[in-house]
Ligand binder design. Structure first.
Ligand code: AMP
Length: 406
C-alpha cells in the first residue's frame, strides 16, 4: 500500500481528495459534526510539515439530485465554503477559498500556493462529470496538484472523477492518506486476521440492503447477531406472527437460505427471542415486551426485548473480534433505545477485556456517539457505504486506483 509517508512533499502541491461530506445545521449551515474533517488533519499536517502545500477537494451532499422546490440547484446549502471556518480552526491556519473547482481562479490560486498554505475548492458534485467519472473533468482537476493523495474512504466505493479516474494523471505520484490507510488496515484486521470468537452484529431497517454482507460474513464469523427491523423478515420466514413489524415479503426465501447456510457452516446465528413492541411508530405509542413467536396484530417490534438483550450481550462480551453494523432498534426514540445502548455497552466491555471492535459508520457510529462510547470501542469507521462494500467482498475503486499506479 503506497502511503503518504512514502513521499516528501517539500515544495510540492498535494491535491488531496478528502471526505468533507459532513452534516450541516439546516438554518445556520454550520458544521454539526466535524469528525470527518478532524480525521484528515494528520494527513494535511504531514504534507505541510514536509514543506508542501495542499489543494483540498471534496463533495458535500448530492446537489444535482436534491434540488430546491423550484427545481434549481441549492448552491448555498451545498457549498464547501460552509466548512471553511471549521477546517481553519482545526488546522490552526487560515485556509484559502478557491471557488469553482475547475475555474480559472482555483487554477491561479493553486499555482500560487506557497509552502504551508492550504486551498479548499468548491463542491465537486456541482458538476455532473464528477459522479460520471468523466476523464476530461478528472484531467482538469489533476492540474491543481503535483501528487494526488486519496484520503476519502467514505467515497472509496465510487469510481468518480476525483476518487478514482484522476489516478491515471498521477503515475507514480499517487498515495493513500492516513484516514484511508487506517480504515483499510482495520477492515483487513477484521476480515483477514480476526481473533476468535468473531461476532458480527447486524441490524438496521432492511434485509435487502444487507444481504450481500450477510452472505459474505457467514463465511468468516463464528456468531452472527441479527437485530433491528431486519430481524422480522427472518422471523416471519420461520413462520412467526410478526404483527405490523417491518417485513420484506420478497426476501423470505433468501432469509431461509441464509439460515441454512449458517447452520451448514457451523455459524451460530442469533435472532431475537423477544421484542419491545409498540402500537404505533412513535415514542408516544403504548409499548410492552413481547415474545417474538406471537406479536399481536397492530403491534410492531421497535427494539429487541429483555431476553434478546441478555443473550446477545452475553455473546458479545465473550468475543475477541466484533464488527457492528446497524442498530438493534429505533434508537433515535428513547423508549426503543435500550437494545442498541446495552449492546453498545457490551461492545465497550469486550473491548476493555482485549477484544478488537470495529463500528461500521452511519447509524451504528451515531448510536455509539449518542451513548458517549465512541472512545471505548477500538475503531469507528468514517465510511458507511464504503465499509459495507468492503465487507461484501468487493474491490473498492478508490483503493484499486491508487494501487494501479504503484
Ligand atoms: P439502516 O440504514 O438499514 O442501517 O437502518 C437504520 C435505521 O433502522 C435506524 O434509523 C433505525 O431507527 C431503524 N430501525 C432499527 N430497528 C428498527 C425496527 N425494529 N423497526 C423500524 N426501524 C428500525
Amino acid at each position: 500500500m503506497i502511503s503518504i509517508d512514502d513521499f516528501n512533499f517539500s515544495g510540492k502541491r498535494a491535491l488531496v481528495r478528502v471526505d468533507f461530506n459532513v452534516p450541516l445545521d439546516k438554518k445556520t449551515l454550520e458544521v454539526t459534526d466535524d469528525a470527518r474533517i478532524r480525521a484528515t488533519i494528520p494527513s494535511l499536517k504531514k504534507i505541510l510539515n514536509d514543506g508542501g502545500s495542499c489543494v483540498l477537494m471534496s463533495h458535500l451532499g448530492r446537489p444535482l439530485k436534491k434540488l430546491k422546490d423550484d427545481g434549481t440547484v441549492d448552491y448555498e446549502k451545498h457549498s464547501l465554503k460552509n466548512v471553511l471556518s471549521t477546517l481553519s480552526g482545526l488546522l490552526g491556519i487560515d485556509v484559502k477559498w478557491g471557488g469553482d473547482c475547475i475555474g480559472e481562479e482555483a487554477a491561479q490560486m493553486a499555482s500560487n500556493l506557497k509552502p504551508g498554505e492550504v486551498l479548499l475548492i468548491e463542491n465537486l458534485r456541482f458538476y455532473k462529470e464528477e459522479e460520471k467519472g468523466d476523464e476530461a473533468f478528472a484531467e482538469k482537476l489533476s492540474k491543481l496538484g503535483d501528487i494526488w493523495v486519496n484520503d476519502a474512504f467514505g467515497t472509496a466505493h465510487r469510481a468518480h472523477a476525483s476518487t478514482a479516474i484522476i489516478a491515471k494523471f498521477f503515475p507514480g505520484h499517487s498515495c493513500f492518506g492516513y484516514v484511508m490507510a487506517q480504515e483499510v488496515a482495520n477492515a483487513e484486521k477484521v476480515m483477514k486476521n480476526a481473533e476468535r470468537p468473531f461476532t458480527a452484529i447486524t441490524g438496521g431497517a432492511k434485509v435487502s440492503d444487507k444481504l450481500l454482507i450477510l452472505e459474505n460474513l457467514i463465511e468468516k464469523v463464528d456468531n452472527l447477531i441479527i437485530g433491528g427491523g431486519m430481524a422480522y423478515t427472518f422471523l416471519k420466514a420461520q413462520g412467526y406472527e410478526i404483527g405490523s413489524s417491518l417485513c420484506e415479503d420478497d426476501r423470505l426465501d433468501l432469509c431461509l437460505e441464509l439460515l441454512k447456510k449458517a447452520e451448514a457452516r457451523g455459524v451460530k446465528m442469533l435472532l431475537p427471542e423477544d421484542s419491545i413492541v409498540a402500537d404505533a411508530f412513535s415514542n408516544e405509542a403504548n409499548y410492552k415486551n413481547c415474545d417474538n413467536k406471537q406479536i399481536d396484530k397492530g403491534w410492531m417490534g421497535l427494539d429487541i426485548g429483555e431476553k434478546a438483550i441478555e443473550s446477545f450481550a452475553d455473546v458479545v462480551r465473550n468475543s475477541k473480534t466484533i464488527l457492528w453494523n446497524g442498530p438493534m432498534g429505533v434508537f433515535e426514540m428513547s423508549h426503543f433505545e435500550k437494545g442498541t445502548k446495552t449492546i453498545a455497552i457490551a461492545v465497550a466491555e469486550a473491548t476493555k477485556n482485549g477484544a478488537f471492535s470495529l463500528i461500521g459508520g452511519g447509524d451504528s457510529a451515531a448510536a455509539v456517539a449518542k451513548f458517549g462510547l465512541e472512545n471505548e470501542v477500538s475503531y469507528v469507521s468514517t465510511g458507511g457505504g464504503a465499509l459495507l462494500e468492503y465487507f461484501e467482498g468487493k474491490t473498492l475503486p478508490g483503493i484499486a486506483a491508487v494501487l494501479a499506479q504503484e
